[in-house]
Design a protein around this ligand. Structure first.
Ligand code: EPU
Length: 423
């Protein structure tokens, strides 16, 4: 089957979008929740699960380990009563970086886990050294063959303390979840503070885990038996999707309301928009945004939460191209993430890559339509925004990569006035 392409008829700078656009459950919250469900000898049910391609991909790996996965609309149930394998399917695991989340739960549950290197990707090197050293610190032994790694702790993980040399989101989640089955307390230091870490801890707590400090830099996990959750666990709103739609509104909306969100997770985004002169009305679970006549230039620097999220950088970089004056984007997390900007230059942006971590942007520049191929989910969204404000008809190829993180995005964009089709 050929990869789908989005065909977008640009607005040529008109600010006409209007209506409401809903945000669905967070990709980066469902994936760790599914990994955590493997720790539970029984059924876990999740609500507000988005219809994105990464979920069936993760589901296939869970089924390969012996779990049963059932989906009914936005509700997904995992039955992990029996886990029959400790080996992650290498083809699936290699194609889904988030499969690293499973290392911890499979190791803790079965005493062993074998997995391939989950691979880097276009946004840069994605090492797993911290996962390995954390589990070694908790008593696991490590071995490797040409194409697989194995961690083994046949008598269970011990307690102890681990300091993350680099703040890592999935690393924090994977080690925290494994530690719930350790024999003694585990203290994790320099943890990621992301809302998805907190949500994963909340799910585990609803299963009986004793976790203190999730959402701060030190998390302590005490031994406690896990039992199937009594209530379904609701997946938190996707703050990156929210940020992407807010950027869209700031670029092209008469009035756009982004609904079903958690504004408390969007402080850095809200501050950035306000600084640029974007009128916002922030409600309890929605934000209404209008594209201003003039956008002010600014300097954005991606940072671990609660700083400005690296995954929100590409859509916001489009906003910077439309600000009047000199802006800067500092990408501090991933060293390959700025590569997509060369396509934007072809469309009319004035961007100078000063280093793998810094782009200087001079605005405002008009965009002309182009045929572009997205290298990853977040750059894909940026290309869609560029196409929406451009003059003429653009084609954004590799739409299947956008589907990894955004459910049926074309339907939601059509509903607020974007002329977009999937072909
Ligand atoms: N790092 C190491 N060693 C490790 C692990 C990470 O050096 O063992 C470094 C990385 O090289 C990177 C830094 O730590 O420089 C931070 O990366 P992190 O580990 O936090 O990234 P991740 O956990 O693999 C999650 C999201 C990403 C998001 C990043 C940063 C999930 C499933 N993925 O990845 O989401 O960009 O955190 O916020 O939660 C996306 O959704 O498009 C996406 C890429």
């Amino acid at each position: 089957m050929q990869n789908p392409v989005f065909v977008i008829e640009g607005l040529d700078g008109e600010k006409t979008l209007s209506g409401a656009i809903p945000v669905y459950g967070a990709k980066n919250a469902v994936l760790p929740a599914l990994a955590a469900s493997l720790l539970i000898q029984g059924e876990s049910t999740f609500e507000n699960v988005p219809g994105i391609a990464d979920i069936p991909a993760m589901g296939r790996i869970l089924e390969g380990l012996g779990a049963h996965v059932r989906r009914d609309g936005r509700t997904l149930t995992v039955n992990a009563k029996e886990i029959t394998s400790s080996v992650l399917d290498s083809v699936s695991a290699r194609s889904l970086r988030a499969s690293v989340l499973l290392i911890g739960s499979v190791l803790a549950r079965t005493g062993r886990v074998t997995f391939p290197h989950p691979g880097g990707d276009v946004i840069g090197e994605r090492p797993i050294d911290l996962f390995i050293s954390a589990f070694q610190k908790l008593g696991a032994t490590f071995s490797e063959t040409e194409d697989t790694y194995t961690l083994s702790a046949p008598n269970g993980l011990s307690g102890g303390e681990f300091f993350f040399r680099v703040v890592t989101v999935t690393g924090t989640e994977a080690v925290m979840m494994a530690a719930t089955l350790a024999k003694a307390p585990v203290t994790l230091k320099n943890c990621a503070l992301e809302p998805e870490v907190v949500a994963t801890a909340e799910f585990l707590k609803s299963c009986g885990a004793r976790i203190e400090g999730a959402g701060t830099s030190t998390i302590v996990i005490h031994p406690s038996p896990l039992t199937p959750p009594v209530k379904p666990h609701r997946i938190i709103p996707d703050r990156i999707e929210a940020a992407s739609f807010l950027a869209l509104g700031a670029l092209a909306a008469k009035e756009l309301t982004v609904t079903d969100i958690e504004p408390a997770h969007l402080d850095a985004v809200i501050q950035g928009l306000e600084y640029m002169g974007v009128p916002l009305v922030v409600g309890k679970d929605f934000i209404t945004v209008r594209a201003p006549e003039h956008l002010l230039p600014t300097r954005l620097r991606t940072h671990e939460y609660p700083g400005f999220a690296t995954d929100a950088h590409p859509p916001f970089l489009i906003l910077l191209t439309q600000a009047e004056g000199d802006s800067v984007m500092i990408e501090s997390i991933f060293d390959g993430r700025l590569a997509y900007t060369k396509e934007l230059v072809q469309m009319g942006a004035d961007i100078t890559i000063v280093s793998p971590h810094r782009a200087n942007i001079r605005g405002k520049t008009a965009f002309t339509a182009a045929n572009i191929e997205t290298p990853d989910i977040r750059a894909g969204l940026a290309f869609m925004l560029a196409a929406i404000i451009a003059k003429g008809k653009s084609k954004v190829a590799n739409a299947h990569l956008i589907d990894r993180g955004y459910e049926a995005i074309e339907n939601r964009l059509q509903a607020v006035g974007v002329k977009i089709q999937r072909v």
